[in-house]
Ligand binder design. Structure first.
Ligand code: NAI
Length: 412
């Protein structure tokens, strides 16, 4: 097992906000026994106190890791956001301290794809409306306007991780998949790229949106786009709330231009269960409204626990920063037979040559070196032969003394 400059049982891990048990398991399996779990978010001065002596912190979206909290932390090396977003962390402040931040952007891809597929099936059968009528005592038994998804066209707008995963599942049910993306995408299976968004809207029985929230996607589906859709088509949005003009959608549903819609994300969403939720789609039986739960499954939580804890363990064990959201990304091989020196510094001329001069003066033999920069940060990983003149505390001290150094550590 890889060694770290500190014994693993002295490396403290704090996991807040009820992060799934798989995270603690991942740390323990890698030899990190000093793992504390708490079920709630911690803020401000309480967070500063809780972070004393903590090397790795795990949070979800509620804990605010502000510049003040980061500045007050004495040992923090890495932060795991066990969720998608990282807005709750002051990334610039973390970068200045050389603290690597990781998240889990893709652990819930499958969960979203499954929900969308289920909604496509229910909407093409008119189930949301029939369900609502049945609750009100109306027996709306009819085959008219009720279709199988087999042989129908699914139009996927945004063929990224979720769009592509959905494409594979939909084809397994016999759907024809068309997609539209601004980037050049490799079509999976028999999926085909549409010539334009208008072309996709014209051809699709089910239109589903999987784009990010950008200036270009805000209001991307408005009155004109809905008018360009097929009569009786359905629209699904489990991407971001501002992509669809909900007033235009409500109108199209009331006029029965569209057979139905499923919306999981809204321009304004309540921050907690106690805040009221309002939408122009309320009261429309053929609209399925869900409270941003596309990615919220137990499986996704398990995956997030494993994914983010795995990234923190790899960073601690071998210095790998692959998929970090703020520090330079370096993917590293194992360092058998070598001591690995990790050096995070300000990205300015002269630091690399000073590192190499210092290592060379110590008589250490370099067997591998990896360098990456990102904005104001540079990250150099130097493997030195563990025989002869291996890395020592004295060498580490000399490296820390180099002007521009943010942090340095060694892995044995
Ligand atoms: P991704 O980044 O893998 O894919 C997004 C795709 O959209 C990319 O292929 C990109 O090229 C494309 N795109 C960007 N701008 C576009 C434009 N103007 N027109 C057409 N295509 C465009 O993202 P991923 O993981 O597939 O997520 C998609 C969306 O789903 C994101 O907005 C994400 O926030 C949301 N999401 C929602 C969840 C929920 O609970 N409802 C859970 C997880 C993700």
């Amino acid at each position: 097992m890889a060694g770290t400059s500190l014994d693993k049982d002295k490396i403290r891990v704090l996991l807040l906000e009820g992060i799934h048990e798989t995270a603690a398991e991942t740390f323990r399996e890698a030899g990190y026994t000093n793992v504390e779990r708490r079920s709630t978010a911690v803020q401000g001065d309480d967070l500063i106190a809780a972070l004393e002596g903590v090397h790795f912190l795990g949070i979800r979206s509620r804990t605010q890791l502000t510049a003040e909290v980061i500045a007050a932390s004495d040992r923090l090396v890495g932060v795991g956001c066990f969720c998608i977003g990282t807005d709750q962390v002051d990334l610039a402040a973390a970068s200045q301290r050389g603290i690597a931040v990781f998240n889990a952007p893709y652990s819930n891809t499958r969960s979203v794809a499954e929900l969308v597929l289920a909604e496509a099936i229910l909407l093409l059968r008119g189930v949301p409306e029939k369900n609502a009528l049945a609750h009100r005592g109306v027996w709306a038994k009819s085959a008219v306007g009720s279709n199988e998804v087999r042989g129908k066209t699914l139009g996927v707008v945004g063929y990224g991780n979720i769009g592509a995963q959905l494409s594979v599942l939909a084809e397994a049910l016999g759907m024809r998949v068309l997609f539209y993306d601004v980037g050049a995408k490799l079509p999976l299976g028999n999926a085909a790229s549409a010539d334009s968004l208008a072309d996709l809207l014209r051809q699709s029985d089910v239109v589903t949106l999987h784009v990010p929230d950008t200036e270009a996607t805000r209001g991307m589906i408005g009155e004109d786009e809905i008018a360009a859709m097929r009569e009786g088509a359905v629209l699904i949005n489990a991407s971001r709330g501002k992509v669809v003009d909900l007033d235009a959608l409500a109108e199209a549903l009331r006029e029965e231009k569209l057979r139905g819609a499923a919306v999981d994300v809204f321009p304004v969403e309540p921050k907690s269960k106690t805040e009221p939720f309002e939408s122009p789609l309320q009261g429309i039986d053929r609209a399925v409204l869900t409270p941003h739960i596309g990615g919220s499954t137990e499986e996704a939580q398990e995956n997030i626990g494993r994914e983010v804890a795995g990234k923190l363990v790899r960073y601690s064990d071998n210095g790998s920063t692959q998929s970090s959201v703020n520090v330079p990304e370096v993917s590293l091989p194992a360092h058998e037979g070598a001591h690995r020196i990790l050096h995070v510094h300000e990205n300015r001329p002269g630091v690399l040559s000073a590192i190499n001069a210092t290592v060379s003066e110590a008589g250490a033999n370099v067997v591998g070196q990896y360098l990456q920069t990102r904005g104001p940060l540079g990250y150099v990983v130097t493997d030195v032969d563990d025989e002869g003149a291996p890395a020592s505390e004295a060498l580490l001290d000399a490296l820390r003394a180099i002007s521009g150094t943010i942090r340095a550590r060694v892995l044995f």
